[in-house]
Design a protein around this ligand. Structure first.
Ligand code: 8YV
Length: 337
Protein backbone atom coordinates (compact mmCIF):
# COMPACT_ATOMS: atom_id res chain seq x y z
CA UNK A 1 0.00 0.00 0.00
CA UNK A 2 1.34 3.41 -1.00
CA UNK A 3 0.68 6.20 1.48
CA UNK A 4 1.67 9.68 0.43
CA UNK A 5 2.03 12.19 3.20
CA UNK A 6 1.71 15.88 2.57
CA UNK A 7 4.49 16.93 4.90
CA UNK A 8 3.81 20.59 4.16
CA UNK A 9 0.27 20.25 5.52
CA UNK A 10 1.52 18.47 8.60
CA UNK A 11 4.09 21.14 9.37
CA UNK A 12 2.69 23.94 11.45
CA UNK A 13 2.87 27.39 9.89
CA UNK A 14 5.32 29.93 11.32
CA UNK A 15 3.65 32.46 13.61
CA UNK A 16 3.66 36.16 12.86
CA UNK A 17 2.16 39.21 14.55
CA UNK A 18 0.36 42.03 12.71
CA UNK A 19 0.27 44.93 15.16
CA UNK A 20 -2.44 47.12 13.56
CA UNK A 21 -5.39 46.58 11.22
CA UNK A 22 -4.41 45.99 7.59
CA UNK A 23 -6.42 45.49 4.40
CA UNK A 24 -8.34 42.15 4.54
CA UNK A 25 -6.79 40.96 1.24
CA UNK A 26 -3.28 41.41 2.65
CA UNK A 27 -4.26 39.59 5.83
CA UNK A 28 -5.77 36.71 3.82
CA UNK A 29 -2.56 36.43 1.77
CA UNK A 30 -0.47 36.29 4.95
CA UNK A 31 -2.76 33.60 6.38
CA UNK A 32 -1.92 31.33 3.42
CA UNK A 33 1.67 31.03 4.68
CA UNK A 34 1.57 32.00 8.34
CA UNK A 35 -0.40 31.58 11.51
CA UNK A 36 -1.30 35.22 12.08
CA UNK A 37 -1.83 36.85 15.43
CA UNK A 38 -3.62 39.93 14.15
CA UNK A 39 -5.02 43.07 15.72
CA UNK A 40 -7.82 43.93 13.31
CA UNK A 41 -9.56 45.66 16.26
CA UNK A 42 -6.73 48.20 15.85
CA UNK A 43 -6.19 48.96 19.53
CA UNK A 44 -2.66 50.22 20.20
CA UNK A 45 -0.88 47.64 22.37
CA UNK A 46 0.81 48.69 25.61
CA UNK A 47 4.59 48.05 25.73
CA UNK A 48 3.92 44.98 27.91
CA UNK A 49 1.34 43.60 25.45
CA UNK A 50 3.71 44.26 22.56
CA UNK A 51 6.53 42.45 24.36
CA UNK A 52 4.24 39.46 24.94
CA UNK A 53 2.98 39.44 21.34
CA UNK A 54 6.54 39.45 20.00
CA UNK A 55 7.65 36.66 22.33
CA UNK A 56 6.00 33.85 20.39
CA UNK A 57 6.48 34.88 16.76
CA UNK A 58 9.14 34.80 14.03
CA UNK A 59 8.03 37.99 12.28
CA UNK A 60 5.97 41.13 12.84
CA UNK A 61 4.36 43.86 10.76
CA UNK A 62 4.19 47.11 12.70
CA UNK A 63 3.53 50.82 12.23
CA UNK A 64 4.88 53.99 13.80
CA UNK A 65 2.72 53.38 16.88
CA UNK A 66 4.83 50.38 17.94
CA UNK A 67 8.20 51.12 19.54
CA UNK A 68 10.60 48.25 18.83
CA UNK A 69 13.42 48.52 21.39
CA UNK A 70 15.37 46.28 23.74
CA UNK A 71 12.37 46.08 26.10
CA UNK A 72 9.96 45.02 23.35
CA UNK A 73 12.49 42.42 22.17
CA UNK A 74 13.48 41.11 25.60
CA UNK A 75 11.50 37.88 25.29
CA UNK A 76 11.45 37.60 21.49
CA UNK A 77 14.09 34.89 21.12
CA UNK A 78 12.54 33.46 17.93
CA UNK A 79 11.94 36.81 16.20
CA UNK A 80 13.76 37.22 12.87
CA UNK A 81 12.18 40.27 11.25
CA UNK A 82 10.08 43.35 12.03
CA UNK A 83 8.70 45.07 8.93
CA UNK A 84 7.55 48.67 9.39
CA UNK A 85 4.58 49.86 7.31
CA UNK A 86 6.25 53.25 7.07
CA UNK A 87 9.26 54.83 5.44
CA UNK A 88 10.28 56.63 8.66
CA UNK A 89 11.59 54.24 11.30
CA UNK A 90 12.24 56.37 14.37
CA UNK A 91 10.00 53.85 16.20
CA UNK A 92 12.87 51.34 15.75
CA UNK A 93 15.91 51.17 17.99
CA UNK A 94 17.98 49.75 15.14
CA UNK A 95 21.12 48.97 17.21
CA UNK A 96 18.95 47.07 19.73
CA UNK A 97 17.31 45.16 16.87
CA UNK A 98 20.71 44.30 15.38
CA UNK A 99 22.00 43.13 18.77
CA UNK A 100 18.95 40.88 19.05
CA UNK A 101 19.55 39.61 15.49
CA UNK A 102 16.22 41.00 14.28
CA UNK A 103 16.06 42.30 10.72
CA UNK A 104 14.38 45.72 10.33
CA UNK A 105 12.74 46.99 7.14
CA UNK A 106 10.73 50.01 5.99
CA UNK A 107 8.66 51.06 2.94
CA UNK A 108 10.46 53.72 0.89
CA UNK A 109 9.56 54.92 -2.65
CA UNK A 110 5.96 53.67 -2.80
CA UNK A 111 4.74 56.72 -0.84
CA UNK A 112 7.03 59.43 -2.24
CA UNK A 113 4.63 61.10 -4.69
CA UNK A 114 1.56 60.74 -2.48
CA UNK A 115 3.41 62.33 0.43
CA UNK A 116 4.87 65.11 -1.74
CA UNK A 117 1.34 65.84 -3.05
CA UNK A 118 0.10 66.11 0.51
CA UNK A 119 2.98 68.38 1.53
CA UNK A 120 1.97 70.71 -1.23
CA UNK A 121 -1.72 70.47 -0.29
CA UNK A 122 -0.90 71.40 3.31
CA UNK A 123 1.29 74.29 2.15
CA UNK A 124 -1.59 75.64 0.10
CA UNK A 125 -4.22 75.06 2.78
CA UNK A 126 -2.01 76.88 5.29
CA UNK A 127 -1.03 79.83 3.12
CA UNK A 128 -4.55 80.30 1.69
CA UNK A 129 -6.37 79.66 5.00
CA UNK A 130 -8.61 76.97 3.55
CA UNK A 131 -9.82 75.36 6.78
CA UNK A 132 -10.47 78.80 8.31
CA UNK A 133 -12.48 79.70 5.22
CA UNK A 134 -14.56 76.56 5.56
CA UNK A 135 -15.27 77.46 9.18
CA UNK A 136 -16.40 80.88 7.95
CA UNK A 137 -19.11 79.23 5.90
CA UNK A 138 -20.08 76.71 8.58
CA UNK A 139 -20.33 79.54 11.13
CA UNK A 140 -22.71 81.49 8.87
CA UNK A 141 -20.27 84.34 8.17
CA UNK A 142 -20.50 84.36 4.37
CA UNK A 143 -22.87 87.33 4.44
CA UNK A 144 -19.94 89.34 5.88
CA UNK A 145 -17.95 88.81 2.65
CA UNK A 146 -16.17 91.86 1.31
CA UNK A 147 -13.02 92.65 -0.65
CA UNK A 148 -11.18 93.33 2.57
CA UNK A 149 -13.08 91.20 5.08
CA UNK A 150 -12.10 87.70 4.01
CA UNK A 151 -9.51 85.24 5.25
CA UNK A 152 -6.72 86.91 3.25
CA UNK A 153 -3.82 84.57 2.65
CA UNK A 154 -0.27 84.54 1.34
CA UNK A 155 0.70 83.64 -2.22
CA UNK A 156 2.61 80.51 -3.03
CA UNK A 157 3.30 81.29 -6.67
CA UNK A 158 6.61 83.08 -7.27
CA UNK A 159 7.43 83.01 -3.56
CA UNK A 160 10.48 81.36 -1.95
CA UNK A 161 10.01 77.84 -0.63
CA UNK A 162 12.48 76.56 1.98
CA UNK A 163 12.67 72.77 2.26
CA UNK A 164 14.44 71.26 5.28
CA UNK A 165 15.20 67.61 4.48
CA UNK A 166 15.89 67.00 0.82
CA UNK A 167 15.43 63.26 0.43
CA UNK A 168 13.04 61.66 -2.05
CA UNK A 169 9.95 63.43 -0.66
CA UNK A 170 11.67 66.82 -0.30
CA UNK A 171 12.83 66.60 -3.91
CA UNK A 172 9.28 65.65 -4.97
CA UNK A 173 7.96 68.80 -3.28
CA UNK A 174 10.68 70.92 -4.93
CA UNK A 175 9.68 69.61 -8.38
CA UNK A 176 6.04 70.45 -7.71
CA UNK A 177 7.10 73.98 -6.64
CA UNK A 178 8.71 74.56 -10.03
CA UNK A 179 5.24 74.47 -11.59
CA UNK A 180 4.25 77.35 -9.29
CA UNK A 181 7.25 79.44 -10.36
CA UNK A 182 8.65 79.24 -6.83
CA UNK A 183 12.28 79.77 -5.94
CA UNK A 184 13.43 76.71 -3.99
CA UNK A 185 16.11 76.83 -1.29
CA UNK A 186 16.92 73.79 0.83
CA UNK A 187 18.88 72.59 3.81
CA UNK A 188 19.90 68.98 4.31
CA UNK A 189 22.46 66.95 6.27
CA UNK A 190 24.43 66.63 3.04
CA UNK A 191 24.27 68.66 -0.10
CA UNK A 192 22.63 67.04 -3.17
CA UNK A 193 24.67 66.16 -6.25
CA UNK A 194 24.85 68.86 -8.89
CA UNK A 195 22.52 66.80 -11.11
CA UNK A 196 19.89 66.40 -8.38
CA UNK A 197 20.07 70.10 -7.49
CA UNK A 198 19.59 70.94 -11.15
CA UNK A 199 16.59 68.58 -11.49
CA UNK A 200 14.88 70.46 -8.62
CA UNK A 201 16.33 73.88 -9.47
CA UNK A 202 17.13 74.11 -5.76
CA UNK A 203 19.84 76.09 -3.97
CA UNK A 204 21.60 74.77 -0.87
CA UNK A 205 21.67 77.21 2.09
CA UNK A 206 22.30 77.07 5.84
CA UNK A 207 19.33 76.42 8.11
CA UNK A 208 19.46 80.01 9.39
CA UNK A 209 19.52 81.52 5.88
CA UNK A 210 16.63 79.29 4.89
CA UNK A 211 14.54 80.41 7.87
CA UNK A 212 15.34 84.07 7.24
CA UNK A 213 14.63 84.06 3.50
CA UNK A 214 11.82 81.58 2.88
CA UNK A 215 8.21 82.71 2.53
CA UNK A 216 7.14 79.14 3.24
CA UNK A 217 9.12 76.53 5.14
CA UNK A 218 8.37 72.79 4.92
CA UNK A 219 9.98 70.10 7.07
CA UNK A 220 10.53 66.70 5.44
CA UNK A 221 13.48 65.25 7.37
CA UNK A 222 13.71 62.03 9.39
CA UNK A 223 13.47 62.41 13.18
CA UNK A 224 16.60 61.64 15.19
CA UNK A 225 17.59 62.48 18.76
CA UNK A 226 19.93 65.15 17.31
CA UNK A 227 17.15 67.09 15.59
CA UNK A 228 14.71 67.06 18.52
CA UNK A 229 13.21 70.61 18.69
CA UNK A 230 15.46 71.83 15.87
CA UNK A 231 12.64 74.33 15.21
CA UNK A 232 11.96 76.14 18.48
CA UNK A 233 11.31 79.72 19.58
CA UNK A 234 14.78 80.90 18.48
CA UNK A 235 14.44 79.46 14.97
CA UNK A 236 10.84 80.63 14.50
CA UNK A 237 11.97 84.14 15.48
CA UNK A 238 14.28 84.14 12.44
CA UNK A 239 11.33 83.64 10.07
CA UNK A 240 9.43 86.43 8.33
CA UNK A 241 6.20 87.52 10.07
CA UNK A 242 4.43 86.70 6.80
CA UNK A 243 5.93 83.19 6.61
CA UNK A 244 4.25 79.81 7.01
CA UNK A 245 5.70 76.63 8.53
CA UNK A 246 4.55 73.15 7.51
CA UNK A 247 5.62 69.95 9.28
CA UNK A 248 4.96 66.64 7.49
CA UNK A 249 8.12 65.04 8.95
CA UNK A 250 7.74 63.90 12.56
CA UNK A 251 6.48 65.26 15.83
CA UNK A 252 9.36 66.35 18.06
CA UNK A 253 11.28 68.13 15.30
CA UNK A 254 9.21 71.24 16.09
CA UNK A 255 8.71 72.48 19.65
CA UNK A 256 4.90 72.54 19.38
CA UNK A 257 4.41 74.76 22.44
CA UNK A 258 6.90 77.34 21.14
CA UNK A 259 5.14 77.20 17.77
CA UNK A 260 1.72 77.78 19.36
CA UNK A 261 3.11 80.78 21.26
CA UNK A 262 4.67 82.21 18.09
CA UNK A 263 1.43 81.73 16.12
CA UNK A 264 -0.53 83.46 18.88
CA UNK A 265 1.96 86.35 19.04
CA UNK A 266 2.00 86.73 15.23
CA UNK A 267 5.74 85.95 14.99
CA UNK A 268 4.81 83.97 11.84
CA UNK A 269 1.65 83.99 9.76
CA UNK A 270 0.43 80.38 9.97
CA UNK A 271 1.39 76.73 10.31
CA UNK A 272 0.25 73.42 8.85
CA UNK A 273 0.86 70.28 10.90
CA UNK A 274 0.41 66.64 9.95
CA UNK A 275 2.59 65.38 12.80
CA UNK A 276 2.71 66.28 16.49
CA UNK A 277 4.79 65.81 19.62
CA UNK A 278 3.29 62.84 21.47
CA UNK A 279 0.63 62.15 18.82
CA UNK A 280 -2.20 61.17 18.79
CA UNK A 281 -2.29 63.90 21.43
CA UNK A 282 -2.17 67.49 20.16
CA UNK A 283 -0.85 70.36 22.28
CA UNK A 284 -4.03 72.11 23.57
CA UNK A 285 -2.47 75.52 22.82
CA UNK A 286 -2.47 74.64 19.10
CA UNK A 287 -6.14 73.66 19.24
CA UNK A 288 -7.08 77.18 20.40
CA UNK A 289 -5.63 78.83 17.28
CA UNK A 290 -7.25 79.52 13.93
CA UNK A 291 -3.99 80.11 12.02
CA UNK A 292 -2.93 76.47 12.14
CA UNK A 293 -4.19 73.72 9.84
CA UNK A 294 -4.25 70.33 11.56
CA UNK A 295 -4.18 66.88 9.95
CA UNK A 296 -3.97 63.47 11.67
CA UNK A 297 -0.71 62.12 10.14
CA UNK A 298 -2.27 61.44 6.73
CA UNK A 299 0.50 62.40 4.28
CA UNK A 300 0.67 58.86 2.85
CA UNK A 301 -3.06 58.22 3.18
CA UNK A 302 -4.44 57.38 -0.22
CA UNK A 303 -5.91 53.92 -0.59
CA UNK A 304 -3.52 53.04 -3.42
CA UNK A 305 -0.44 54.08 -1.45
CA UNK A 306 -1.46 52.57 1.88
CA UNK A 307 -2.10 49.26 0.03
CA UNK A 308 1.31 49.53 -1.64
CA UNK A 309 2.97 50.19 1.75
CA UNK A 310 1.30 47.13 3.32
CA UNK A 311 2.21 44.97 0.30
CA UNK A 312 5.84 46.11 0.45
CA UNK A 313 6.02 45.43 4.20
CA UNK A 314 4.58 41.93 3.58
CA UNK A 315 7.19 41.41 0.84
CA UNK A 316 9.98 42.40 3.25
CA UNK A 317 8.66 40.12 5.98
CA UNK A 318 8.12 37.15 3.66
CA UNK A 319 11.58 37.50 2.09
CA UNK A 320 13.26 37.49 5.50
CA UNK A 321 11.32 34.44 6.66
CA UNK A 322 12.16 32.72 3.37
CA UNK A 323 15.88 33.17 3.98
CA UNK A 324 16.11 35.92 1.34
CA UNK A 325 17.30 39.48 1.69
CA UNK A 326 14.31 41.80 2.34
CA UNK A 327 14.29 44.46 -0.41
CA UNK A 328 14.27 47.28 2.15
CA UNK A 329 16.51 45.86 4.85
CA UNK A 330 17.72 48.62 7.20
CA UNK A 331 20.33 46.74 9.26
CA UNK A 332 22.10 45.29 6.21
CA UNK A 333 24.81 43.67 8.36
CA UNK A 334 22.28 41.05 9.47
CA UNK A 335 21.93 39.49 6.05
CA UNK A 336 24.71 37.01 5.93
CA UNK A 337 24.04 35.06 2.68
C1 8YV B 1 2.81 56.38 8.01
C2 8YV B 1 4.82 57.94 7.71
O1 8YV B 1 1.47 56.53 7.78
O2 8YV B 1 5.89 56.47 6.22
C3 8YV B 1 6.02 57.29 7.14
O3 8YV B 1 7.14 57.60 7.59
O4 8YV B 1 4.92 58.83 8.48
C4 8YV B 1 3.45 57.53 7.31
O5 8YV B 1 3.44 57.23 5.95
C5 8YV B 1 3.00 56.21 9.47
O6 8YV B 1 4.31 56.31 9.90
C6 8YV B 1 2.44 54.86 9.86
O7 8YV B 1 3.38 53.91 10.19
Amino acid sequence: MNISVNTQALMSKPKIFVARAIFPEALAKLEESFEVLSNQADRIFTPQELQKALSGVVGALVTGSERIDAGALSEASGLKVVANISVGYNNFDVPAMSTAGVMASNTPDVLTDTTADFGFALLMATARRITESEHWIRNGKWDQWSIVNNPLGMDLHHSTLGIIGMGRIGQGIAKRALGFGMKVIYHNRSRLSEADEKACDATYVSKEDLLRNADHVILVLPYTSENHHMIGAKEIALMKPSATLVNIARGGIVDDLALAQALKAGTIFAAGLDVFEGEPKVNPELLKLSNVVLAPHIASATEKTRRAMVDLAVENLSAALDGKRPPNLINAELFKN
